[in-house]
Every structure is written in C-alpha cells, then in structure tokens.
Design a protein. Structure first.
Length: 580
C-alpha cells in the first residue's frame, strides 16, 4: 500500500463494513488497540475519517459513557484551526465518530523532511496552533497531548487534531484527575509529572514545546531516555538556541515551570500579533489568508497516520479513546502521506503510554531511580535517512523474473522458492551511501502464505554479503522470535530466542522496528532491540566481538518443510538515525 493514505489507504478487508450510517467506506486508514479508522464519503461525496470502536470495548458500559462524554466535548470545539468532529454514533453498535478529512503533512513530518520552518511559516504556525487552543479551551477542554504529530500543515494553515485524550474540564468523576495521563515525554508539562491537576496552562506549555521544535528542529527538553527527559522538563531550563528572537520570549514564558506564571492562550495571541486583536475566529482567517506553509500533498483526516509521510486522520482513533483504567492504548496507526518528492523525514512516533502516580514518578526521578520509569517503546527522536513505500518499482530494491523478490501492488513481495529457503534484500546502495548509527529500522509485513514455523524480519550491521550481520526474525504464528548473530568464520550464534511475541497480530499486518546502537562506554558493544506493533520483544547487548556498522535490510526464511514456502509483502520501510 502507499503511504499516501489520504489518496488510497488500504483496501477494505472482507470483514470490514461498506456502509456506516450515511457514510460509504472506501478504504482503511489504520488500526490501533481501540479501533479501526476508515476513509469514507458522505452523501455529498465529501471525504471523511470514520473511527470505529472495537466491539469488545464498546460492550463495556463504563467505556460507552466515557466515549459519549469525550465525543460530546469534542463536538463543542469551534472549527477554526482544528479538525472538527462532524458526526458520531453514540448509542448503537458499532460506535463511531466522524471527523473532517484534513490534507497535509504533520508538523513532525515537515520538520523531519525539510528542517525548521522559516520565519513567516513559523509565525503562522505559532498563531494558528494558539488559535486552535483558544477554540479548544473555549469549549471547556484541555487537549493534553499537543505535539508536532498532532498538528497538520494543511493548505489553509495549521490544524490541531486529536481531542480524544482531551477531557472536559467540568467532569467531576475524573477525566482530568491526577494519576491518569498520556502523552509524548518531550511535550508533557511539568505539573503533570508532579502529580498536579492539568489545566489550559498545561496546553500552553506544550504549545511552547511545539513552536520550539518547529523553529529549531529539536524538542526543548530532549534527552536520551524518558527519565532524563522527565527530569529536564521538571528541573532544567529549555534549550531554545536557534529559535527566532521574535518568538523566543513568548515561548520561554510559555515554558515556565509554574503554570500560574504562564501566559494564557489569549495573552500568547496578544503577544504574537501585537495589535490587540486576539479574536480566534478573526486570527484564523488571517492565518488562512497569509499561509503558504510546507504542505504539498494530501494526507488524511485530522488526527491519524502510519509509517512514512503526511499525517492522516487515522491516528485520531487509537489515541482518542480512553480505556477504563485511565491508560491509553498505543497509537500504531499513524500513516503519513508523502508530500512531493521522496521524503527524508522521520516516522510517526508511538505515543508514550504513562500510568500510575505522577508524584511518585517525580520522587523517583529526584532520588535518581531512573530505571523505574524506563520506556519500553521504540525511540521517538529520529531523523530519517531513507524511506520507501515501494510504490515506485524503480526505487532500487530489485525486481527479478522468478518473483523471488518483486514490486507488486504498492508493496515489496519476497518469497522462498525451490531450493531458495532464505530471501533477503538490503537497502538500495545507489540510494543510500551512509548507514546511520545508532539506527532504527521500521517495516510493515503482511504474510500472504506461510507455514507456522516460517519467519520474517530485518537485518542490521550486515557486511561481507551477509556473512556478518544481526538478524531479527519473527515466526509466522507469533510463537517465537530470534536474534541471530552471524560473524563470518567465528560462526553463528542465537543471542535471544523468546518463545512469545508481545504485540503480535495473528491476522496481520505486523509492524516491526529494530534498533541497532553502537556503544563505546566500558568497551565496544551493540545494543539490539526488536518491537512488534510497538511492544518490546527483544533487548540484548552484544559485547563479544560486536559487529561493525553495516547495511540494513529485510529477510524471510521458510520453515522446516522445504515444500512449504513463505510469501510476505513488505511495506512502508524507514531507516532513521536515532538522535540524542
């Protein structure tokens, strides 16, 4: 499938509905732990995003009530600079919510592709996002997860998406109560980490982080680990080096550790425009009239995306619905559509899931017990070195006559055949001259034919025609995985062989992410990690003659019966440098 999900997405599956209420469904945009997002059309032919809740969740009375409250609150938000909720089914199965379909790359993707926004675009972004927050706060809502991935750069200006984790301020039974929170660590306000109540001032802090990222290319509280980021958010000053001087003061004020000292959104707007005009509707019109930002290609409906290009509304579904215990399901559906030429931008990041007592977390940070707060998710501070949706058969992976590997239907198919029991391909050498270290490689795999014991996966640090490499493989039935080291004349050794694969979806597709990180402290070593659909499967460190940096690729292996072949389709490949 193409990463240009806004145009095509994925075809409907046999079990998918073709009609929901007045909306005709024409494709899939993504799927997460709480629901599936479809591309749809209303009776007038306008495209919409239809987010359908999983039946097992919809059957829980408490969840249905929570869903009703969230959607009702979201429908109160005025339309300017947001992706509005248009419709919803709150009473009958299946439960769903319909949002406007927004075309344009996410801010996350635009900055990763092209670097920090230039002056006028940056100013328009700052005003547009603040205007959206004014609309959200005006409906009595705190967004709670404002971040670059939740800002789409449409042709008419920036649009803030995904209010599902935003909670009505007047809810007395706990949607905003202490101890329930979700977010991405670089953009969380310190009061959340201190276990204090969130408020509109919390969104102002996140606004400052987003603008700083847009203007510098880096989050103002970056770090190598989640605990390190948390500590910097709570205790250290933001890094704003390189930020436009005209914005630096207001951004610094927004990032004050004390929410009582931060400016309100209205005060932010007043300082940005400097003429006393802070009416959000009027400012939204001004932003729209003057906007000429970097959005050059369609994306999706406000709030969702997957690997590879411009954000689409697919992601709004999985992150917007809160589970009964206050924890949020992983957002695995963000699918960015490619804007213009081949992007070099980063992958959509998996939102960090945080639960428990925030006050206790900060106390642990204060005494240095960082490991307790360790994130098990893949790295999210990335710079893409190479990505391919396999929609262009000339992208360099190879296409041979006997179909051992070939481009087919917007994917890259590999299959074993006859005596060929292993098929692998490295990233195209004519496209890539430098393999980053540390590196995160991502690919989505759909198995079309395979015995249970056949395997698919990725390689890193490959050299000498594969005689030296680290190989990560997952069984087709999800009942095991392996991390294998091939070291030339020194032989082959399995470094890890877990007998289960957390996150594995037996119906597929499955998103694999592999991190290979060279380290020199206390001697050379390589840390090797595997995630499947965002869940960690393997985390090993090789200290015994660790392999030198080398090529990254994809691979399949058939099982023990040579007459049973594996056929697998690979999609949305990305190779990114892990920053920090």
């Amino acid at each position: 499938m193409t990463t240009h999900a806004g145009e095509n997405g994925e075809a409907l599956r046999p079990e998918d509905p073709e009609q929901l209420g007045p909306y005709r469904l024409i494709g899939r945009l993504g799927r997460g732990g709480m629901g599936t997002v479809y591309l749809g059309e209303d009776t007038a032919g306008r495209r919409v995003a239809v987010k359908v809740i999983n039946r097992e969740l919809a059957g829980e009375g408490a969840f249905r009530e929570r869903f009703r409250r969230e959607v009702t609150a979201a429908r109160q938000v005025r339309r300017f600079c947001t992706a509005p909720v248009m419709d919803a089914e709150l009473d009958h199965d299946p439960l769903y919510v319909v949002t406007e379909y927004i075309e344009g790359p996410s801010l996350e993707r635009a900055v990763a592709d092209r670097g920090p926004l230039p002056g006028s675009d940056l100013e328009g972004l700052a005003v547009g996002v603040a205007t959206a927050l004014a609309a959200i706060h005006g409906a009595g809502i705190v967004h709670r997860d404002l971040k670059p991935a939740n800002v789409l750069l449409s042709s008419t200006g920036p649009r803030v998406i995904d209010f599902g984790i935003a909670r009505a301020l007047d809810a007395s039974d706990g949607p905003t109560r202490t101890g329930q929170f979700v977010g991405t660590p670089n953009y969380l306000p310190p009061e959340l980490l201190r276990g204090e109540q969130v408020s509109p001032a919390s969104d102002v802090f996140s606004w400052g982080c987003v603008v700083a990222y847009a203007g510098t290319g880096s989050a103002p509280f970056a770090g190598n680990t989640v605990p390190e980021i948390f500590y910097r958010v709570v205790h250290e000053e933001p890094k704003l080096d390189g930020l436009d001087p005209g914005l630096r003061d207001v951004v610094a004020a927004a990032l004050d550790k004390d929410p009582r000292r931060r400016p309100s959104v209205q005060e932010v707007l007043g300082r940005l425009v400097g003429n006393g005009t802070t009416d959000p509707a009027a400012l939204a019109e001004t932003v729209q009239a003057s906007w000429h930002g970097p959005a050059t290609g369609p994306a999706g409906p406000g709030g969702a995306a997957g690997a590879g290009g411009a954000a689409t509304q697919a992601s709004a579904a999985p992150t917007m619905f809160q589970q009964p215990n206050g924890m949020h399901g992983a957002d695995t559906t963000r699918r960015d559509a490619r804007p213009g030429p081949r992007p070099g931008g980063g992958l959509p990041r998996r939102a960090l899931l945080i639960g428990g007592a925030a006050a206790a977390a900060v106390l642990l940070l204060a005494i240095g017990a960082f490991a307790v707060l360790r994130s098990d998710g893949p790295p999210d501070d990335l710079a893409t070195a190479f990505s391919d949706a396999f929609s262009n058969p000339d992208s360099g992976w190879g296409d041979i006559y006997d179909k051992t590997y070939a481009y087919e239907n917007g994917k890259y198919r590999m299959q074993t055949s006859g005596t060929t029991g292993v098929v692998g391909r490295w990233v195209p050498k004519e496209q890539v001259t430098d393999i980053p270290d540390p590196v995160l490689a991502t690919v989505t795999v759909s198995v079309e034919q395979s015995p249970a014991d056949a395997m698919f996966g990725m390689v890193c640090r490959a050299n000498d025609d594969g005689k030296k490499q680290y190989l990560f493989l997952v069984r087709h039935d999800g009942k095991g995985a392996v991390l294998r080291k091939s070291n030339g004349d020194a032989g082959t050794k399995d470094l890890a062989t877990p007998d289960s694969v957390p996150g594995f979806d037996s119906k597929g597709p499955n998103k694999l992410q592999v991190a290979c990180e060279g380290q020199e402290k206390d001697g050379p070593k390589v840390r090797l990690r595997l995630w499947v659909n965002g869940e960690k499967v393997i985390d090993e460190t090789d200290t015994d003659q660790p392999l030198a940096n080398g090529w990254v690729g994809i691979q399949i292996e058939r099982g023990g019966n040579a007459t049973q072949q594996i056929v697998a389709d690979f999609d949305d490949f990305d190779m990114s440098k892990i920053r920090g």
